[in-house]
Design a protein around this ligand. Structure first.
Ligand SMILES: Cc1cc2nc3c(=O)[nH]c(=O)nc-3n(C[C@H](O)[C@H](O)[C@H](O)COP(=O)(O)O)c2cc1C
Length: 189
C-alpha cells in the first residue's frame, strides 16, 4: 500500500467513524419508522400491547399532568366497525389490534398535544419491535371522535385523539426521507 492509498483509507475510516458516531439505535429507529397499513394475521401478544402503552406513558406532558387513557382493541367486530365507519381507517378491518389514545380536556388544555407525544412514542416503540402501525385521525373531527367514543363507550369528558391500527407488517416498506435542509433556520428565520 503506497502513501496515497493509505491516506485515503485513513480518511475514509475517520469519515465513517464520525458518521457512525452521530447515530444510535434510537436514532436509526426514528428514521426507520413509517406508517404501515397492511398486516399479517399474526396476533400481537398482550404483553407487547402493554409495552407499547408503557412507551406511550413515557412521553412528556404539560406540567406532567398525563391527561391520557389508552384503550386496547382486539375485538374483531369493533375493529371491523371502525373500518366501516372511519373512511381513513379501513386498514383496521385486517389489523390484529389497535390502540386508541384518548385525553381529558378538563385535566389539561394540552391534552391533544400530550396524547400526540404518547402516540409518537407508541409508533416508535412499534417500529422497534418489528410491528407496523399507523396514526389515524379522530381529533379534531367531531364525527370520527363520536364514532370511536360510541364503539368503545368512552365516557365524558374524554376525547379520542387517534386510533392506531397495528400488527406485523405484511410486506417490507421503506421509510420516507423527509430531510429538507432548507427548512432549517438558525438564529432567526
Ligand atoms: C395527525 C395525523 C393524522 C393522520 N391520519 C391518518 C389517517 O386518518 N389515515 C391514515 O391512513 N394515515 C393517517 N396519518 C398518517 C400519515 O398519512 C403519514 O404519517 C404520512 O403520510 C407520512 O408517512 P409516514 O408516517 O410513513 O412517514 C396521520 C398522521 C398524523 C400525524
Amino acid at each position: 500500500m503506497n502513501f496515497r492509498s493509505l491516506t485515503i483509507a485513513i480518511l475514509a475510516l475517520i469519515l465513517t467513524t464520525s458518521v457512525m458516531a452521530q447515530t444510535t439505535p434510537a436514532i436509526e429507529n426514528i428514521f426507520a419508522r413509517k406508517s404501515v397499513r397492511q398486516y399479517t394475521e399474526q396476533k400481537v401478544e398482550q404483553s407487547t400491547l402493554e409495552l407499547l402503552i408503557k412507551a406511550g406513558m413515557a412521553a412528556p406532558t404539560g406540567m406532567n399532568k398525563q391527561p391520557w387513557e389508552f384503550i386496547i382493541v382486539t375485538d374483531r367486530a369493533m375493529l371491523e366497525k371502525f373500518a366501516a365507519l372511519l373512511p381513513y381507517a379501513k386498514m383496521a378491518a385486517k389489523a390484529p389490534a389497535a390502540i386508541v389514545v384518548a385525553g381529558n380536556p378538563k385535566v389539561s388544555e394540552y391534552w391533544y398535544l400530550d396524547c400526540s407525544a404518547a402516540t409518537q412514542n407508541i409508533l416508535l416503540a412499534a417500529e422497534s419491535l418489528g410491528l407496523g402501525a399507523v396514526w389515524t385521525a379522530a381529533y379534531p373531527y367531531e364525527k370520527n371522535m363520536n364514532i370511536i367514543k360510541e364503539v368503545l363507550s368512552i365516557p365524558e369528558p374524554y376525547l379520542p385523539l387517534c386510533l392506531i391500527p397495528l400488527g406485523y407488517p405484511k410486506s417490507e416498506t421503506k421509510a420516507k426521507d423527509k430531510w429538507k435542509p432548507e427548512k432549517v433556520h438558525q438564529n432567526g428565520w
